[in-house]
Structures are given as structure tokens and as C-alpha cells.
Design a binder for this molecule. Structure first.
Ligand code: CS2
Length: 494
């Protein structure tokens, strides 16, 4: 490529109105290693860090690590790590060039370089957005010790493949060299994400060396955090539009909405950026915020995705504009809200009003198929947890259970009403085998619950299965209209 692509040298020639990094990138020193340098990270944490760097905190540059593919590195390296964040709202599109990613590594190509970056004394924080499935939790919630990558990382600790393997080996090296541990900041949509990762890490390390496990248990901080920003996958049309506006090409701009939120537990023994000055909420306990986000935002997102897909809506805004789906989502919120702590000062009314506005953003074109991915990993914390709480409280979670049924029905629709690989799931092999058996709704739901480990060991499991099966039977017979229609009739009769 010639010089007409985004790079440090071209920053001065970008059109007025494009926001540029407000600091000398040459002075940037790495302080954070980020695992999972995908679009979400680039729209969220990297933008907050860009603000910190602009204020003169130049010691918090990011080393971006891809644990799997070289795609991001290949797109951004020729651009000196720069990329455009396109913030799309009703008022139009605002372009901002982000400069906080100083260098990038691809773990499978050079695991040694990733370990060296993690073990470097300048690295004081490791952030992660590796998606739910990369935590390698077994159906019961503990570490999936039989996973081939875990087995491999235990056998060859100096050549890790998993986040667990990288973190454990780097922490061991730091300890051996007398370097204080980094703080691990999980930024994925898991409940109590820091504590969850901490538990998995202790479990992993114990299989390597009990002493390392003790070190991780006692001396490494894993604050939890709640992250929020909607980031639709970039399309070729987005690339072309941004390139046209910049006057130079950007191989991988990131699309996002104006809204952005980050709530973090304030436990950083090795130091941290002054995040509170840049819109981050630092708290003692993130749990209430996390639950509200998972159960109200992510839960309704999954509902909009599966019901939308089966109603022919390819984006969130179109799905949410469907009156039947919108009313369903409102009822879903009403069902989930009582499961949130009443004494944490959460304003659920304005939160859901704001969600309705965000879902109506027609400039985003957030695809329902994107959210539909990995349902087996997402639904436990978004939907099943609230449904169990409602059952425990003696209520019937008819809407929450509809989302599980809609997921199963949407999986079954692939290769029929929906394209075959329209969305994917780590359990696809098992789900496909089940689909072949053409079982009645109840047997299907029991088998899916077994496969995904939903509600394992809970006394409410049978009641949950029955409700999901009732919905699934209706969805199979009469589609979304019949499924949602029965819910409205019931609530009118109640
Ligand atoms: C979405 C999330 O794809 C999904 O599963 O629900 O990625 C959602 O857009 C983010 O959590 C918003 O912060």
C-alpha cells in the first residue's frame, strides 16, 4: 500500500472535524496488555485510554493481543495501530481516530512475545475481552479441564494457547523475577466477571502448581467491571464510507453508538489510570450494575435477536420497531427487574427508557445474527439466572423462558427458514445431532438443558423446562405470532 492509508504521517492531512489523538504517540509507553483486541475493545477501553493519554498520562499505552487470528494486526499494523471510531447517532456520524494501541501481537504466531509483554514490569494492568466462550467454563461453572487447549497449556506452559495459560505463566515469571503482579481486569459480559476469572485462574494454576495457585489467590487482584457500548460488526460499506470521509483508507474502522459506560471496582494495587476523570465510574462493588446490564440489556438483546430473526428482521432497530417484539421486551423487563437488588439505588425505569432509545438507533444497523451467536454461553447469565430467581420467588417467568425457547427455535430454523450458518454456537455439533432426532418439544428442551448445563442441580429446573417446552411447541407450530400471541392472551386473562 502507498501512503494514502491512515498512519501517523497522515494524521495532519485528515479533514477538519475528525478528532485526532491529542498527544504525541512517540512518547507513548506501554502500561496495559489487552487480550482480545476485537472491535468491542477498540470502541470501548481503547477510547477511554485514548482520553487518559490525551491528558498526559502517557504511561498507559496498550499492547493489543489477539489470541487467535492475525486479522486485526494485519489491518492495523500498516496504519501504525491507528483506526477510526465512527460514532453513529441520530445527529449523524462523528469520526475519531484512536491512537492508544501502540503495538499488536498475535499469540499463535509468537506466544513468547505475548508472555514477554505480560511479564514486563511496565505492564501493570491486563484487560480482557475474549468473549464468554473463551473462559472455558464447564457446564457446572468450573474450569473445563478436559478442553484440549487447557490440556495443552498444562502440558506446555511456555507455549500457551488460552488466556488462562498466558496469565498463569506470566504471573509465575513475574513472581520468580521479583516483579509485582499485574491487576487483571475482566471486561466480558459475565456475572461477577473478575471473581469468576479469578476462580477459574486459581483452578487452572492449582493443576500446574499449588504454590502458584496460592499466589494468584492471595496476591493478584481481579476487580470486576461492567462494560457497555453497542458495537455492530464493520461492513464493507462502512469501510468505504469512512475512507471517503477521511480521504485516506482505513482497513478496519469500528462502528459504535454515542452511549458508553464503564463501571469498575477500585482495586488496583499496581496502579491505574485516573479513569474517574474520563467518565469511568469507580465503585466498591460492581455487582448491581453488572446484573442490571446483563439482565436488562443483554437479556433483551438476545430476545430481540432470536424473535427478530424468526420474524424476518435483520437488525435490532427493525426488530424493536415490531410492535409485538417491543411489547414482549417491555414485559421481559418487567419480569427481570424484581430480580435486581432493590437497595442498590438502581434507576431501572430510566435505564430501560434509555435502552429503548438505543435500540431505536437506525444509524447502527446492529445485526440480529451477530447477537444470536453463542447463545449457549450467553443465556445462563442473561436469562436463565433471572428465570430461576423468579421461580424461587414463586412467580412464573413466562417471558424469560420464551427467550430460551426462541433460541432453540432459531437454532432449529438454521438451514431452513434461516441460512445454515447464519449464527454459530460452540454447541453446534450437539445441537445439530439433536435436531436430526426430531424429538417433541419437551424431550428437546430436556436434551438442550443437559447439553448446555442450564439450571444444573437446581430444584427449579423442571419447572423451567416445562415452561420453555410449552413455548417451543407453540413456536414450532405457529411461529413467533403464535408464541407471543399466547403470552398476550394469558396476561389479558390473568
Ligand atoms: C450483545 C452485546 O452481541 C451480544 O451478545 O448483547 O455484545 C452488547 O451489544 C454489548 O454487551 C453492549 O454493551
Amino acid at each position: 500500500m502507498t501512503s494514502n492509508h491512515l498512519s501517523d504521517n497522515m494524521l495532519g492531512s485528515l479533514p477538519n472535524g475528525v478528532t485526532l489523538p491529542g498527544y504525541d504517540r512517540g512518547k507513548l509507553a506501554p502500561g496495559i496488555v489487552h487480550l482480545g483486541v476485537g472491535a468491542f475493545h477498540r470502541a470501548h477501553q481503547a477510547a477511554y485510554i485514548d482520553d487518559c493519554l490525551s491528558s498526559g498520562e502517557t504511561g498507559w499505552g496498550i499492547v493489543g493481543v489477539s489470541l487467535r487470528s492475525a486479522e486485526t494486526r494485519d489491518a492495523l499494523s500498516p496504519q501504525d495501530g491507528l483506526y477510526t471510531l465512527a460514532i453513529r447517532g441520530s445527529g449523524g456520524e462523528q469520526l475519531r481516530v484512536i491512537g492508544s494501541i501502540g503495538s499488536m501481537l498475535v499469540a499463535p504466531e509468537d506466544p513468547g512475545a505475548v508472555l514477554a509483554a505480560l511479564a514486563d514490569a511496565h505492564t501493570r494492568i491486563v484487560t480482557l475481552t475474549i468473549t464468554e466462550k473463551a473462559y472455558l467454563r464447564a457446564a457446572g461453572g468450573g474450569l473445563d479441564t478436559a478442553h484440549p487447549d487447557i490440556v495443552s497449556d498444562l502440558a506446555r506452559p511456555e507455549l500457551p494457547k488460552t488466556a488462562h495459560g498466558f496469565l498463569a505463566e506470566a504471573l509465575r515469571r513475574r513472581r520468580a523475577a521479583g516483579v509485582a503482579p499485574f491487576t487483571v481486569l475482566c471486561c466480558d459480559n459475565l456475572p461477577a466477571n473478575g471473581a469468576t476469572l479469578h476462580r477459574l485462574m486459581i483452578e487452572f494454576a492449582a493443576l500446574r502448581d499449588p504454590d502458584l495457585a496460592r499466589h494468584i489467590a492471595d496476591e493478584v487482584a481481579f476487580p470486576s467491571s461492567m462494560v457497555d457500548r453497542i458495537v455492530p460488526a464493520t461492513t464493507d460499506a462502512d469501510r468505504a464510507r469512512v475512507t471517503r470521509q477521511l480521504g485516506v483508507s482505513d482497513a478496519w474502522p469500528v462502528m459504535t453508538e454515542p452511549f458508553c459506560q464503564w463501571v469498575i471496582e477500585d482495586r488496583f494495587p499496581s496502579g491505574r489510570p485516573a479513569w474517574e476523570q474520563f467518565g469511568v465510574t469507580m465503585v466498591e462493588d460492581v455487582r448491581p450494575f453488572e446484573d442490571m446490564k446483563l439482565r436488562l440489556l443483554n437479556g433483551s438483546h438476545s430476545a430481540i435477536a432470536y424473535l427478530g430473526l424468526m420474524s424476518g428482521h435483520d437488525t435490532v432497530d427493525k426488530s424493536f420497531a415490531d410492535p409485538a417484539i417491543k411489547s414482549f421486551v417491555e414485559a421481559l423487563w418487567a419480569e427481570a427487574i424484581p430480580t435486581l437488588p432493590g437497595n442498590a439505588g438502581l434507576d431501572t425505569a430510566s435505564y430501560t427508557a434509555q435502552l429503548a432509545e438505543r435500540y431505536s438507533n437506525t444509524a447502527l444497523a446492529h445485526r440480529t445474527a451477530q447477537i444470536a451467536n453463542d447463545g449457549s454461553q450467553k443465556l445462563p447469565q442473561r436469562i436463565v439466572a433471572s428465570a430461576l430467581d423468579r421461580l424461587e420467588a414463586g412467580a412464573l417467568p413466562r417471558h424469560l423462558t420464551m427467550v430460551v425457547a426462541a433460541w432453540i427455535a432459531a437454532c432449529e430454523a438454521r438451514g431452513k427458514a434461516l441460512p445454515e450458518k447464519h449464527f454459530t454456537d460452540p454447541l453446534d455439533a450437539g445441537l445439530a445431532a439433536l435436531d436430526e432426532r426430531k424429538l417433541p418439544a419437551l424431550e428437546t428442551v430436556v436434551a438442550v438443558f443437559d447439553l448446555a448445563g442450564f439450571a444444573r442441580g437446581r430444584t427449579e429446573r423442571q419447572a423451567l423446562v416445562d415452561l420453555v417446552a410449552e413455548h417451543l411447541a407453540r413456536l414450532r407450530e405457529g411461529g413467533v405470532a403464535a408464541g407471543l400471541g399466547a403470552l398476550t392472551t394469558r396476561s389479558r386473562d390473568a
